[in-house]
Design a binder for this molecule. Structure first.
Ligand SMILES: [Zn+2]
Length: 443
């Protein structure tokens, strides 16, 4: 057992009650209970936390080939989105969720471009979900930024997501949606500096702070974005200069724009942060913000080196995400699809000086911290949610952490909140979860 919050336990066991972990230890320490489920020779570890995803783009695998530039990719994505129906997005969303469930993710932080589909898909999702509502409006409008934001919020059918009433501010805490979903959280995702205005960012911050919502934004993802903010030049500046007010460019890094609008703090999940200026890392560390890194998406765009050392040196909490099927190339067996193990493996392949234990932390406890649920997600310890996964234990001499992060294929078992999502051979099938019976997601 790899509890992550403490050293590995050989012949480990975990006692669960009411969807939570109440104790971990060796089989003997837990009293060798007769009603236990023996998972056999496996590595048991906490369910993985996927800190950045776009489930609704899951149907776009290999539909957009790696473009020559980041702005070109955005144009292709906008074109694809305009030709795709809500029905297709809902289907893609569930296909992506199924990929994650089968490969060990138990919590996903998702950017919702189409919140209208949530009542349809959420009851079928056996994972914990953080829904970050995508907000973007690059043009200055005659309408006040707060009203622009309200127009986005009106697209979220809160009243159909569990019957808790239409006031989103009642929901800073997890709630049970209809069906079997084990937990849902709501937050805001002002998309990126270049697709918003400083005034809209400030409005997002004001509302998020009032309601206790977390924030997630794409910041400093590409070189053209960095050039646009630093020097008011480059391909993104060229494309956008007739579409938005560029007065916020030429004064510092993309992070500075967010910081000046008051959005860099412990509730901010800054996605990507591939390009840093001067003390950007120090600002993130000082403010307690987290950074989500998506290795396969990073490779797809051929970004410069992810500044792992600079961020770690500044004590920034770094976590891992899959990003979307629209920004990854399929590989040979086992490397296609949304899969947090593949993300860990790609991270490991880039820097052999980072230990497997550290990489596993990026996909577990660090993700939990980024989502404000340290101690409850990403570790096996008393009081944590009973979110756990098992993968085959192949034996051999390499460390158990190495074996864990290099796992290929689906997990042998997965549990969320004490309920099987992928049941082990020895467990009773829970008929209330339709995809366990081999039926397609959402059927
Ligand atoms: Zn993204």
């Amino acid at each position: 057992m790899l509890p992550v919050s403490q050293p590995p336990i050989e012949n480990g066991a975990v006692a669960l009650d009411q969807g939570k972990v109440i104790r971990v230890g060796t089989w003997e320490e837990l009293g060798s209970p007769r009603d236990a489920i023996d998972l056999g020779d496996v590595i048991l570890l906490p369910g993985l936390v996927n800190s950045h995803c776009h489930l609704d783009y899951s149907g776009m695998g290999d539909k957009i080939l790696p473009p020559s530039s980041f702005p070109d990719w955005i144009k292709l994505l906008i074109g694809y989105k305009s030709e795709t129906s809500l029905e297709q997005f809902a289907k893609s969303w569930l296909e992506g969720a199924l990929m994650l469930a089968q490969t060990g993710t138990t919590t996903v932080a998702d950017i919702e471009s189409f919140p209208e589909i949530l009542p349809r898909v959420l009851p079928h999702l056996p994972l914990r979900l953080f829904s970050f509502l995508e907000v973007l409006s690059p043009r200055a409008t005659p309408v006040a930024p707060a009203e622009v934001l309200q127009n986005f919020l009106r697209r979220v059918p809160f009243e159909r997501l569990g019957g808790q009433g239409a006031q989103p501010n009642r929901w800073p805490q997890p709630m049970m949606a209809g069906g079997v979903n084990p937990g849902w959280w709501f937050g805001l995702s002002p998309h990126a500096p270049y697709s918003t205005t400083p005034e809209l960012l400030a409005a997002c911050q004001e509302l998020a702070a009032r309601h206790g919502w977390r924030l997630a934004s794409h910041i400093s993802e590409s070189e053209p974005e960095f050039q646009m903010y630093m020097y008011a030049t480059g391909a993104l500046h060229e494309w956008l200069r007739n579409q938005r007010d560029m007065a916020d460019c030429g004064h510092g890094s993309p992070l500075r724009v967010f910081d000046q609008a008051g959005l860099i703090h412990e509730s901010m999940l800054a996605v990507h942060m591939n390009y840093l200026w001067l003390d950007d890392a120090e600002i993130l560390g000082r403010r307690g913000a987290s950074v989500a890194h998506c290795p396969r998406s990073h490779r797809y765009f051929k970004h410069g080196c992810f500044p792992h050392r600079a961020l770690t040196g500044a004590k920034v909490n770094i976590c891992l995400g899959t990003d979307s099927m629209a920004s990854m190339e399929s590989g040979p067996n086992g490397t296609s699809g949304l899969n947090m193990f593949t993300e860990m493996q790609m991270f490991a392949s880039w820097d052999s000086t980072v230990s497997a234990e550290h990489i596993l932390r990026l996909a577990t406890v660090n993700g939990a911290q980024a989502l404000g649920l340290k101690g409850r997600l990403g570790q096996l310890s008393a009081g944590a949610y009973a979110d756990l996964i098992a993968i085959p234990y192949p034996g051999g001499k390499t460390s158990v952490y190495e074996k864990a992060i290099h796992h290929q294929g689906p997990v042998s078992a997965s549990m969320v909140g004490g309920r099987w999502v992928v049941p082990p051979i020895s467990a009773e099938l829970d008929a209330s979860l339709p995809w366990l019976a081999g039926r397609p997601a959402g059927a």
